[in-house]
Design a protein around this ligand. Structure first.
Ligand SMILES: [Zn+2]
Length: 407
């Protein structure tokens, strides 16, 4: 009480006994009752809330994280996945994960079971699965969590992003930042001049402090004589740490071209799936044990099992579209396989704009070929190559206009 009175005297602020609680540990009931009656405060129990975050000295139980689980489920349920495209669903997932990471993940080492559960909910939402309907995943979740340059979709894997965020707290401790909590931790938990790397937490210290030290062991290679080396400035980067955790490898392929802004978002996504060989063509469906009525290509009369190489490269329908568009551009682009035009344009010493126009045309051809194929199967509609060419020209011109207008 003396300290509180002194605080009130110095600052002019006084504690509101109705809104204040006492948190007591290792005390008998009489001592607790004595303190409570002297202060007029109520007895507080963990987890307590501070700035909306639950705080507790103990390991978080599944029950403590219930609120987090409910929030993710509510956000997903608020959006009907039936009417959203894959790209739209991806944006919802990124928004959910962004708020999760920035609000909860930046402060706490979250329990693995909760993070796995959040990943699972996002995976099911993305592929349109629910309690009644289970759908197959077009691309493995681990692949989706890779950077776009490596063929992924840059979704942040919960566990590893959480570790990368916690790594920032460790960096602050290592570099001994002039921050109140860092000074407090050094003063309470560590001996003067003790090395953070060699510090061994005592058996009776908090769960969180012990786990910080378990986590730090996996981050030792990011430091050289206590300097963070994943950035040249030595300033901690969550994304660089994350890339290190997902064992990112620079792959010299054409993936980044697929995500050019010149392509419409729908085209980018179908081109990305086609380049991964992940569209549900009939050869793939049969391989997965899914029955299909007609297994031949529906765009031409050739009796050949529908497969990406035929549908997007060899089919007379898609060839007619491609050839007319190449005439329009005045180019002869090799097209031995689906990714060949991308690799070809990547090597060209053209300006970025020219490269992106060709990729936009290529993406549009893949997208409209897939649409024409689906139109014939599901809506019995026959789209001619010449009409498709007109649509593609219109869209590409529109995208170029938008691209130039935005500069
Ligand atoms: Zn065909």
């Amino acid at each position: 009480m003396e300290a509180l009175n002194h605080f009130s005297y110095v600052t002019g602020l006084s504690a509101n006994s109705e809104k204040s609680s006492l948190y007591m540990a290792v005390m008998d009931d009489d001592a607790k009752a004595n303190l409570l009656s002297k202060t007029g405060f109520s007895e507080g129990r963990f987890p307590m809330k501070y700035l909306g975050l639950p705080l507790s000295p103990k390991k978080w139980s599944k029950l403590d994280c219930h609120q987090l689980r409910v929030k993710v489920t509510e956000k997903i349920r608020a959006v009907s996945s039936r009417h959203l495209s894959y790209v739209g669903k991806l944006q919802v997932i990124n928004a959910i994960l962004f708020s999760l990471h920035n609000f909860w993940g930046a402060m706490f080492i979250l329990p693995e079971s909760i993070l796995k559960d959040v990943d699972k909910k996002c995976r099911e939402f993305l592929r349109g699965s629910n309690e009644e309907t289970k759908k197959v995943s077009l691309v493995a979740w681990e692949k989706l969590c890779k950077p776009k340059k490596e063929g992924g979709l840059n979704i942040r894997s919960c566990r590893k992003w959480n570790l990368a965020l916690v790594g920032k707290l460790i960096w602050m401790l290592i570099t001994n930042k002039e921050v109140l909590w860092v000074r407090w931790v050094h003063g309470i938990y560590m001996k003067p001049d003790e090395e953070f790397w060699s510090h061994v937490p005592s058996g009776n210290c908090s769960w969180y402090w012990r786990n910080i030290h378990k986590v730090k062991l996996g981050m030792q290679q990011w430091y050289s004589t206590d300097r963070y080396v994943l950035t040249t400035s030595g300033v901690y980067s969550v994304s660089q740490s994350y890339l290190s955790l997902i064992e990112h490898r620079e792959i010299k392929d054409c993936h980044e071209l697929i995500w050019s802004k010149m392509l419409s978002p729908k085209h980018r996504f179908i081109l990305w799936l086609a380049a991964q060989n992940r569209l549900l063509t009939k050869d793939r469906m049969l391989g997965m044990g899914i029955e299909c009525e007609i297994a031949d290509c529906v765009l031409c009369d050739k009796e050949e099992l529908e497969n990406p190489q035929h549908l997007f490269v060899e089919c007379v329908w898609s060839q007619a579209v491609w050839n007319e568009l190449m005439q329009w551009l005045g180019l002869a682009v090799p097209q031995q396989d689906l990714k060949r035009p991308l690799r070809w344009v990547k090597k060209k010493k053209w300006c970025r704009m020219m490269k992106e126009v060709l990729v936009a045309v290529h993406g549009a051809v893949i997208y409209f070929t897939w649409q024409a194929r689906n139109g014939r199967i599901f809506r019995k509609r026959n789209e001619s190559p010449s009409v498709t060419v007109q649509q593609i020209k219109f869209i590409v011109k529109e995208r170029i206009g938008m691209f130039i207008g935005s500069k």
